[in-house]
Ligand binder design. Structure first.
Ligand code: COA
Ligand code: ZN
Length: 298
């Protein structure tokens, strides 16, 4: 059986856009449920300016609590700059995702930096924290709200700049959910062919109901690590029109039923999504959370 690693990014991407503050205990309960269902990789918060993302102002507390509770678990946090990486490192976290957008205008809106500035800051993070595992999130790889879509060649050239810095892991993001399966196949295949030494993941938004097909297209092009969010929450406040990610529970159902090994229990992950909906007011785009218990295994 082919193994697919599902990387849950809901506690970061799913929560970051929600207006109503979710208390720490409830955030931890959602993460407990994810782990209980068999999820092995979780992006649990981001170390960003609380002015930019007020919902995640508790990054320090959440990180401390999770590292204490699950010392061996694969947690990681998004960071936009050296300041964020330092905060994460000092708490004992040894894995971060560093976000830089292929779109110059989105990078400016999101991170307030040019490409050169963002990449210089990435270098300082890697130089300062040599034992920190840094995955680079390439936002807007499949299209930008301000600039439209990019040629595969443009994507490959940008990846090349990052790869030359010694980065070993990258996540190709469809930040606003505009990709289509053919485009995903083309970009993923080109990236894997040009950079065989790099482990690529995809981060797909479901804005246009293409989350599942695009994620599957990536998997069928050789990707074995895919990001998703419980309940299909998600969206970037600095990318107009962005909405939820591919829903983890829907993805688990599809992959398990196709015979892929995710290691995640479909009933338990649906229960986790249902519980999340009782405590969080958000725009849930998952489908299986609306199905009654016991009816999910066709
Ligand atoms: N964590 C917490 N606070 C931070 C921070 C971080 N990683 N980086 C900067 N800050 C604070 C500074 O202390 C400063 O605070 P002050 O206004 O109280 O003095 C303020 O943010 C501005 O700092 P500066 O370095 O000048 O910011 P900037 O304008 O160059 O950069 C970012 C802005 C990157 C910090 C901000 O836009 C941000 O956090 N963006 C994240 C966006 C995001 O999460 N998007 C969704 C995920 S893709
Ligand atoms: Zn996202």
């Amino acid at each position: 059986m082919e193994k697919i690693n599902i990387v849950e990014v809901g506690p970061r991407d799913g929560f970051q856009n929600l207006k109503e503050y979710i208390p720490v205990e409830q955030k931890i309960k959602v993460i407990d449920d994810l782990i209980g269902a068999g999820v092995k990789h979780i992006q649990h918060t981001s170390f960003v300016s609380p002015k930019a993302i007020p919902q995640l102002k508790d990054a320090k507390e959440i990180t401390q609590e999770l590292l204490k509770k699950y010392p061996d678990f694969d947690f990681f946090a998004l960071v936009p700059n050296l300041y964020g990486a330092k905060a994460a490192y000092e708490l004992g976290l040894r894995k971060v995702s560093y976000v830089v957008s292929l779109s110059v205008s989105h990078n400016k809106a999101n991170i307030n930096r040019t490409h050169d500035e963002s990449l210089a800051e990435l270098k300082s993070i890697m130089d300062n924290y040599t034992d920190m595992n840094v995955c680079v999130d390439v936002a807007t790889t499949f299209g930008c709200p301000f600039e439209g879509k990019y040629s595969t060649d443009t994507v490959v050239k940008f990846i090349d700049r990052i790869a030359n810095m010694g980065v070993k892991e990258m996540s190709l993001a469809d930040t606003i959910g505009v990709a289509n399966p053919r485009q995903v196949r083309e970009i993923v295949s080109a990236a894997k062919k040009e950079f065989p030494e790099i482990e690529f993941q995809v981060h797909i938004h479901d804005t246009r109901n293409m989350g599942m097909v695009n994620t599957l297209a990536a998997i069928e092009s050789g990707i074995t690590k895919v990001q998703s969010t419980l309940g299909g929450l998600g969206g970037c406040p600095f990318a107009p029109g962005a909405s939820g990610n591919t829903a983890t529970e829907d993805l688990v159902y599809m992959l398990n039923d196709m015979g892929y090994e995710t290691g995640i229990d479909v009933e338990k992950i649906i229960e986790a999504a249902k519980y999340e909906k009782t405590i969080i007011t958000g725009n849930f785009s998952g489908h299986l959370m609306n199905i009654q218990k016991g009816q999910c295994n066709a």
